[in-house]
Write a new protein. Structure first.
Length: 336
């Protein structure tokens, strides 16, 4: 499935080798008709791989029209020469490209690939096509189905332990669709999850032009909706999640770091609930006399994120100063 997931040159696989073997066997049998058929299959296999590789490269660089034309050529060749796995992979790429070009025929291709996956028990490609179909539903405005499909893709990829697809593709797409559905705080947290974990990969969404545009637009929309301080707070909350916590959160669970409450929107002077373990940690640092900048350096977060946490703590406890936070810390059970 690398043709869809990364713009890299594909290796000529078993299809071309088998076609060449068939050609040699036909020659040995001295059967002109079989020789002609095998030669056609070999040509189709090589042509398919070449077009597929070029389509992936064109997509990576944002040339969607060229990529779509090449992927269409590859699909036609794969239908002649196979193999079936590469046909499914290229159909998925073509579906993704058509979705980016607002071509509703993307849905028909997705359904064809899903049928192939079901009949052959292919789960990796199934997760990819669910992701693509979710993106297309998002484009068409069916946000409920879009989020559901992206969560199906996440569930399947997590079960297959496909970290590359999970954190490089599926969770970012879930953040995009979640933004559109109005759950801005969850979307911002999901973006933080993605940014932290993909550091272990050689590629990131920003390296592929069409994905980068959607990612940038999503971040811009969330910053307008949430404000910079609260967006950064939620983003950093996502960075703190483990991979298992990140998957659980992507599937609709709590963040594992305590429920977030917007420090700007919470009413002043009213406690909004007990502190999370992270907030207790920050309160302890406040009581120790650390400034927001010092807290940020210790926790490896942005200074404004540390400041937002302190403000959140103050409002949760109904306090008006850092001194009150320090006094409160001194009265707490050290074994809490």
């Amino acid at each position: 499935m690398n043709g869809t997931k990364a713009a890299s040159v594909r290796e000529v696989d078993a299809a071309a080798r088998l076609a060449e073997e068939c050609r040699r066997l036909a020659d040995d049998l001295d059967d002109p008709a079989a020789t002609a058929h095998a030669a056609h299959a070999a040509h189709a296999a090589h042509a398919a791989h070449a077009a597929h590789s070029l389509a992936a490269a064109a997509f990576h660089h944002g040339d969607l029209a060229t990529a779509t034309d090449l992927a269409g050529q590859a699909v036609a060749s794969y239908r002649v020469a196979g193999p079936l796995a590469d046909l499914g992979d290229c159909l998925a790429m073509l579906a993704l490209l058509r979705s980016f070009l607002a071509d509703p025929r993307a849905v028909d291709l997705c359904e064809e690939v899903l049928a192939l996956c079901t009949s052959h028990g292919e789960e990796s490609l199934q997760s990819t096509i669910l992701w693509i179909l979710g993106l297309e539903m998002w484009r068409q405005g069916d946000l409920t189905r879009a989020v559901a499909l992206e969560r199906e893709a996440v569930t399947l990829a997590a079960r297959l332990q496909d970290r590359y697809s999970l954190f490089w593709l599926f969770i970012p797409a879930l953040a995009w669709t979640t933004t559109a559905s109005g759950d801005s705080e969850r979307a911002a947290t999901l973006l933080g999850v993605n940014r932290e974990i993909i550091r272990g990969f050689s590629a990131s969404p920003a390296s592929t032009v069409p994905f980068a545009a959607r990612q940038d637009q999503c971040i811009a929309d969330l910053r307008r909706t949430l404000g910079d301080v609260w967006f950064d707070t939620l983003f950093d909350r996502g960075r703190m999640l483990s991979q298992d916590e990140a998957v659980a959160y992507a599937l609709g669970g709590p963040s594992g770091a305590g429920d977030a409450t917007d420090p700007v929107r919470s009413g002043p002077g009213r406690p909004t609930g007990p502190l999370t373990s992270r907030e207790h940690q920050i309160a302890d640092l406040v009581a120790a006399g650390l400034t927001n900048r010092q807290i940020a350096a210790k926790l490896v977060v942005a200074p404004r994120t540390a400041g937002a946490h302190v403000e959140h703590i103050r409002r949760k406890l109904g306090f008006t100063s850092r001194t009150q936070i320090a006094t409160w810390v001194a009265t707490q059970d050290p074994n809490r």
